[in-house]
Design a protein around this ligand. Structure first.
Ligand code: SF4
Length: 672
């Protein structure tokens, strides 16, 4: 007889699924989506439906280990914690606490294990703080500049839309639980338009696919605004009552007629006109904007301009209209209580995680002497990988990695500590693709000696002699503190209620029309479009040496580097998609080994010649594990640590490269 226990998917995905695990003889045997959850609706994506392969992987790290003479030695938790605490104390004595840098991102989306006891620990330590910019900060800055909040149309309301525009959003690959609502809307006659330089699965299923140049979305958005104003399609009543600054947008948009906008962004002018007319006249019209758009030099401005469009057309008035980039701003927990920034001895310096290579190799006053990595694999996912790796190899850098599997980053560690998966610990979950707060309880026994991050940092705090009561709090204490924020969105949401119901919708109202009454900022100051430096229209000299634009967009079957242990995922990550027009003059055919390079680095991939990329653009699905790549060169040897126009994010998708056929290796003759 199988027992069913419920949990929450903690991976970095907007869907934040409610799921169950079926257990037989104490072992998880199957995962499934919770049919009672209004967004999960009873199914999981393919990548997490197989997640038990990770839980029970032979590669799972089960015990603390220490690097000894270039190899690994199993050690006890007591030894690991004592020695790590001892090293940190010595480093603080010699160089000060700001020479210690925590490095984490969204390996878990749980509050407690993602930004709970760890933050308390590093704040109390007085360590350097990390600006967690690597994924969404530019988009957050752009969205907030236009809308004032990181909220948007609820996914459940997409079913009411008449037009859905997936802008930089591969819904099929990275937001699959939105798809049923789109299917329902299309059954009622809605149209789906996809804007993406790549013909993704979502684009292939659309009524219309527009493929702008990478990083040129701002020009496209300004062209759309031009047509809306020029043809008198704007909702004047909404603009008057619910926006400010519209005149400045009108003036700027006047400079981007479809011909000019089209030449800047690579979309035919007639398609810009058609898109603008559709957005203005097919109400409710909703834009599903995702984070691909903001990974470029003008990424924040692009998000800001796109977020203005529903205000021009009055789409926010309608249920099923508006825009969705994120819902995270509605989860207004008590961060002060959870993270305890007040524990800092003084306001410590903040370092941008997107510049890790520079930080490890150049930061001074003081230089980084210890790096504590958790929920993240920077050796693979951070831009300018050669520099990051040089930093990780630096003599005298003490490295501790909390991990489930032996990642590229764990390979550099002095100590590796085994951590639990989301199926094995308690956590509280927000979402960035819906409005349901969820509680996850342990469904499975942790294997070996794996511990949750919360417990590891609690134990480290004890070893360091931190005696503040917050370091003795239980997970339930922390959840109660986080929920006690006074936000009306969280009113009545308690641990007990989450325990009983598992998932509780925030009090955002039903229907939730976040900007039906404004106030949207249409001030276009600073929104002028300049082609990104690393683009075919940017620096001509650079473009002549590296004439192809690389988009390292997410693998549909991967999730950042989480599934680097799956050979099938890594086979996909080994491909370079190239258009026949670019492949032919280089003598490249599908299955050929190719060398991809620029001034930052080089690596080898296998050519997949196809028309799913436009001429001049190549794609490498990301993010693979470096150790699975020839010479250990992952795709981020090519990407730049240049930052976005706002928000301090990385510009992964403005990346010029050259591609040549390898002559010194045999071809594979096939590709996955
Ligand atoms: S990765 Fe996303 S779609 Fe897949 S189970 Fe997790 S939350 Fe759901």
């Amino acid at each position: 007889m199988r027992e069913r226990r419920y949990s929450v998917c903690a991976l970095d995905c907007p869907d934040c699924c409610s799921l169950f695990v079926e257990i037989e003889d104490g072992r998880g045997v199957r995962l499934g989506g919770n049919p009672a959850h209004p967004v999960t609706q009873g199914f999981l994506c393919g990548k997490v439906a197989q997640y038990l392969d990770r839980v029970y992987s032979a590669q799972r790290i089960l015990y603390p280990k220490k690097r000894v003479n270039g190899g690994w030695e199993r050690i006890s938790w007591d030894q690991a914690l004592d020695e790590i605490a001892g090293r940190l104390e010595a480093i603080i004595r010699e160089s000060g606490a700001e020479s210690i840098l925590p490095y984490s991102y969204a390996g878990t989306m749980g509050y407690l294990n993602g930004s709970g006891m760890d933050r308390r620990f590093f704040h109390r330590l007085g360590a350097s703080r990390l600006d967690r910019t690597i994924c969404s900060s530019a988009g957050g800055a752009g969205l907030t500049a236009a809308l004032g909040a990181r909220v948007g149309a609820p996914p459940e309301d997409f079913r009411f839309a008449k037009l859905i525009v997936a802008w930089g959003a591969n819904i099929h690959g990275t937001n699959i639980h939105l798809w049923p609502f789109i299917v329902e809307a299309r059954r009622r006659g809605a149209r789906l338009v996809v804007i993406d330089p790549i013909r993704t699965k979502t684009a292939a299923l659309a009524d219309l696919h527009l493929a702008p140049y990478p990083g040129a979305d701002l020009a496209l958005a300004l062209g759309v605004a031009h047509v809306i104003f020029a043809e008198g399609l704007e909702d004047r009543d909404y603009i008057e009552k619910c926006t400010e600054g519209a005149d400045s947008l009108r003036r700027l948009a006047a400079q981007y007629p479809p011909q000019r906008a089209g030449s800047l962004c690579g979309v035919p002018p007639e398609d810009i006109v058609r898109l603008a007319r559709d957005l203005a006249t097919s109400q409710p019209a909703v834009i599903r904007l995702n984070y691909g758009v903001q990974r470029s030099e003008r990424g924040a401005a692009a998000v800001r301009a796109i977020a203005m469009i529903p205000a021009l057309t009055g789409a926010w008035r309608h249920r099923g209209g508006g825009l969705l980039l994120t819902t995270s701003g509605a989860f207004q927990i008590n961060r002060q209580a959870l993270e305890r920034p007040d524990l800092q001895p003084h306001p410590t310096r903040v370092l941008n995680m997107s510049e890790l290579g520079r930080i490890l190799t150049e930061a001074s006053d003081p230089p980084i002497k210890a790096l504590i990595v958790y929920n993240c694999n920077p050796a693979a996912i951070a831009p300018d990988q050669n520099r990051v790796v040089a930093g990780l190899r630096r003599a005298g850098l003490f490295k501790v990695v909390l991990e489930q599997l032996q990642t590229d980053t764990a390979d550099f560690a002095d100590y590796v500590l085994p951590v639990t998966t989301f199926l094995e610990h308690t956590d509280l979950y927000f979402a960035y693709g819906h409005y349901h707060m969820q509680l996850g309880r342990p469904a499975l026994q942790p294997p070996g000696e794996a511990k949750p991050n919360v417990e590891i940092f609690r134990l480290l705090a004890e070893r360091m002699g931190f005696d503040e009561p917050c370091f003795r709090e239980t997970e339930d204490d922390m959840i109660r503190a986080a929920l006690d924020s006074g936000s009306p969105y969280l009113a009545g949401i308690t641990l007990e209620r989450l325990e009983a119901e598992r998932s509780v919708r925030l009090n955002v109202g039903e229907p939730f029309l976040p900007f039906a009454a404004g106030r949207v900022n249409l001030d276009a100051t600073g929104l002028d479009y300049e082609p990104p430096l690393e683009s075919r229209l940017g620096a001509a000299e650079l473009a002549s040496r590296y004439p192809l634009e690389l988009v390292s967009s997410k693998n549909d079957d991967g999730l950042n580097s989480t599934f680097g242990h799956r050979p099938r995922v890594e086979a996909q990550n080994s491909l370079l998609w190239i258009h026949p027009q670019d492949a032919a003059p280089r003598g490249i055919e599908s299955g050929h080994r190719v060398r991809v390079f620029n001034g930052r680095g080089a690596g080898e991939w296998i050519a997949k010649v196809c028309e799913d990329v436009r001429p001049g653009v190549v794609r490498i699905p990301s993010v693979g594990w470096n150790k699975n790549r020839p010479g250990g060169a992952g795709v981020n040897v090519l990407t730049s640590s240049r930052l976005t126009d706002a928000g301090g994010g990385p510009t992964f998708y403005n990346c010029l490269v050259q591609v040549v056929r390898c002559v010194d290796h045999s071809d594979t003759g096939s590709y996955a």
